[in-house]
Design a protein around this ligand. Structure first.
Ligand SMILES: NC(=O)C1=CN([C@@H]2O[C@H](COP(=O)(O)OP(=O)(O)OC[C@H]3O[C@@H](n4cnc5c(N)ncnc54)[C@H](OP(=O)(O)O)[C@@H]3O)[C@@H](O)[C@H]2O)[C@@H](O)CC1
Ligand SMILES: Nc1ncnc2c1ncn2[C@@H]1O[C@H](COP(=O)(O)OP(=O)(O)O)[C@@H](O)[C@H]1O
Length: 300
């Protein structure tokens, strides 16, 4: 018999009974929390824009983006709400770990740091994340996309970190088969959470979140329209934004997963079931967030 405790179901009702920390009407942008998005390479700069937009739509107060030097100027115009820090690149388009000195202050100021969307050069990314890891202590950390490749090399995290792999990325990280993960995402999430002492969200039509304490949450919802280029970047960004404005990693992840899926459902109803764009998801998430807060206000 399967001894696993059933995962808690995540849906809008679950969020209503798990309200986000309230943001006071008198809050300034510092109180709303700083988020640092380390993302975007010369081939995939848009991933940083998608993640950063979602972080602000989720309610973060202040935004910094650390991105490839070759696209930093363009990023500053694409994302006028951000302070943009240029990172030196490797020949293969990765972030050179020597650039970390230039983001040290931004890391220290951030309540949440998201690393990964749109990064290139797996080897350089592993070195970069390994060198960054000691600076991340005490803040919410979300590793997405190529930044997760560092996880197997970092051993067990000392403090919880969130990883957001889809089934293919779990297969890539653990050496198992993608179909095995799809057949039992809960097992994959629980095993990875124990192995790395991390919160894991295995994403897909069924998303399972597991934490190192043995708790798990299951979300079923959204639609195939969410299976689109850049969609995962908006999820990671929203989670980082929720964390920056005061939610813990697990709550931020749970809220982000439901908001993202609900945004997909709204876009499917408003536009078409398939064919809406990742860049449209953050605004739809804001609509869902607003309606939720009408029910139980988190921002007065
Ligand atoms: N047009 C673009 O590319 C855009 C990309 N964008 C952003 O770029 C980032 C990367 O996205 P992506 O789409 O390039 O990488 P994705 O396919 O998620 O693979 C990730 C890893 O999983 C692995 N992996 C996958 N399946 C597997 C399997 N069955 N079994 C084993 N391994 C498997 C795969 O290994 P590989 O297939 O390379 O061997 C790879 O290591 C992300 O942030 C995305 O949002 C956007 O911003 C918009 C434009
Ligand atoms: N059929 C589906 N139903 C519901 N959600 C889905 C479906 N397919 C994908 N998603 C969601 O869309 C997102 C896709 O993320 P990801 O594969 O990382 O995209 P990308 O790498 O292009 O940004 C995940 O949050 C996943 O849960």
């Amino acid at each position: 018999m399967d001894a696993r405790v059933q995962p808690s179901r995540l849906d809008l009702d679950a969020l209503r009974s798990w309200p986000l920390p309230a943001v006071d009407d008198t809050a300034d942008k510092e109180a709303r929390g700083r988020v640092l998005v380390i993302a975007g390479s010369r081939e995939v700069p848009g991933a940083a824009v998608l993640a950063a937009t979602a972080a602000l739509r989720a309610g973060a107060g202040k935004l910094a983006i650390a991105t490839a030097a070759s696209v930093a100027q363009h990023m500053a115009f694409a994302m006028p709400e951000a302070r943009v820090i240029a990172l030196p690149e490797t020949a293969d388009g990765g972030f050179d770990e020597r650039g970390i000195a230039g983001i040290e202050r931004a890391v220290q100021a951030a309540r949440c740091v998201l690393v990964g969307p749109g990064l290139m050069d797996a080897k350089a990314t592993c070195r970069f994340v390994a060198a960054l890891a000691p600076l991340l202590k005490g803040r919410g950390v979300v590793l997405d996309a190529l930044a997760m490749d560092a996880a197997p090399h970092l051993g067990r995290f000392e403090e919880p970190v969130l990883l957001t792999p889809h089934a293919g990325e779990v297969a890539h990280l653990t050496g198992c088969d993608k179909d095995e993960v799809l057949a039992d995402p809960e097992r994959a999430a629980r095993e990875a959470a124990q192995r790395w002492n991390a919160v894991i969200a295995v994403k897909g039509a069924r998303t399972v979140i597991a934490d190192p304490d043995g708790r798990a949450w299951l979300h079923e919802g959204g639609n195939a329209g969410l299976a689109t280029s850049g969609s995962g970047d908006t999820l990671a960004g929203a989670i980082a934004g929720l964390c920056a404005r005061g939610a813990g990693l697990v709550q931020a992840c749970a809220w982000g997963v439901v908001l993202h899926a609900q945004a997909g459902e709204r876009l499917a109803a408003q536009r078409a079931p398939v064919g809406y764009l990742a860049r449209e998801i953050p605004d739809a998430m804001l609509q869902v967030l607003r309606d939720l807060q009408d029910v139980r206000p988190a921002i007065r």
